[in-house]
Design a protein around this ligand. Structure first.
Ligand code: AHM
Ligand code: MG
Length: 321
């Protein structure tokens, strides 16, 4: 089985390989802490603070944020980063000549942290557009998702997995914790063109627009020729985990706009864009209900967007609705 560093050496340039390597090292630490679940340091529970979009921060959110920031800063090849957990982007002093910036959701699925349910780290990598002699600028982070040069996520679950793309397909690596190394278990993953799963938080049903309500009702009612249900609902409440299942099994994930939250909940820069990049690499696609996510021009770091994402056939159905 190919090891991550071998794969990166043949797949991408040395700077991007170093960025992945920094995320890899950080993920060993985060994975260990996630796995402790109440053992060791007092790291479970709420931190008592809020992030920029008003979410309650968990202690592990803040811990993962610090570990990843240090790793990327010390890599020497990242000029700056923007994290879902911080109000502003950060320019890494001493790294001004670096070509890349990273956007990140350090620990996605916060509500699942303390209950031993899958969570993850989501990231995207861009080549900066500002001058390489200067500090990074907002425009480096506010690029359409299609400009990502690589993206991925780490899924902290029964095993820890790193899923990534550098623009040449999607590859899945599993962590062998006692060796602290990732081994590739799947290469050039294609999501099934059709799927059985629809993933949506149905408690908001009454607040969906009527067309989305019709689509959900269609998924609930649709039967196969043999009279069995055509679709099934699965929703973990961790985008990384819901995405990962649907990537491998086929399906559609929806976090729509609602009356209460017209732009939905998920962040365009940190969550929607990396996932949209990965699903396109796997043969599916993602939209905000109208436009392809990867073509949207972000205007603010923490801007939210509705997200419809998944296998081609189910996405075509939801878009038709
Ligand atoms: P987070 O980044 O604060 O964890 O929020 C994002 C998460 C996603 O992982 C998940 O899909 C969604 O929030 C779940 O929200 P809800 O509980 O409203 O269904
Ligand atoms: Mg998140």
């Amino acid at each position: 089985m190919t090891e991550l560093n071998e794969f990166l050496a043949s797949e991408t340039n040395p700077q991007i390989a170093k960025i992945f390597s920094a995320i890899e090292k950080a993920s060993f630490i985060v994975s260990k802490e996630v796995g402790y679940q109440g053992l060791g340091d007092d790291i479970l529970g709420a931190k008592g603070s809020e992030n920029s979009t008003g979410d309650q921060q968990q202690k592990l959110d803040v811990y993962a944020d610090g570990v990843l920031e240090r790793a990327l800063r010390n890599s020497g090849v990242v000029a700056g980063w923007a994290s879902e957990e911080s109000d502003h982007f950060v320019s890494f002093e001493g790294n001004e000549d670096a070509a890349y910036v990273v956007v990140i959701d350090p620990l996605d699925g916060s509500s699942n942290i303390d209950v031993n349910v899958s969570i993850g780290t989501i990231f995207g990598i861009y080549e900066r557009v500002s001058s390489r002699r200067e500090k990074v600028m907002a425009q480096d982070f506010l690029q359409p998702g299609r400009r990502q040069v690589a993206a991925g996520y780490v899924l902290y679950s029964v095993s820890t997995q790193l899923v990534l793309s550098t623009g040449h397909g999607v590859h899945v690596f599993t962590l062998e914790p006692w060796k602290r190394s990732y081994h590739r278990i799947l290469d050039h993953v294609k999501t099934p063109a059709d799927g059985k799963v629809y993933s949506i938080n149905e408690v908001n049903f009454d607040d969906f627009n009527p067309r989305l309500q019709r689509f959900v009702q269609y998924c609930r009612d649709k039967k196969n020729e043999n009279g069995k249900r055509r679709y099934t609902g699965r929703y973990i409440g961790s985008l990384v985990a819901d995405f990962h299942r649907n990537l491998l099994k086929g399906g559609v994930y929806v976090y729509p706009s609602t009356g209460e939250a017209p732009s939905g909940k998920l962040r365009l820069v940190y969550e929607c864009n990396p996932m949209a990049y990965l699903i396109e690499q796997a043969g599916g696609y993602a939209t905000d209900g109208e436009k392809n996510i990867l073509d949207l021009q972000p205007t603010e770091l923490h801007q939210k967007s509705p997200l419809y994402l998944g296998s081609k056939v189910m996405m075509d159905e939801v878009m038709k609705a």
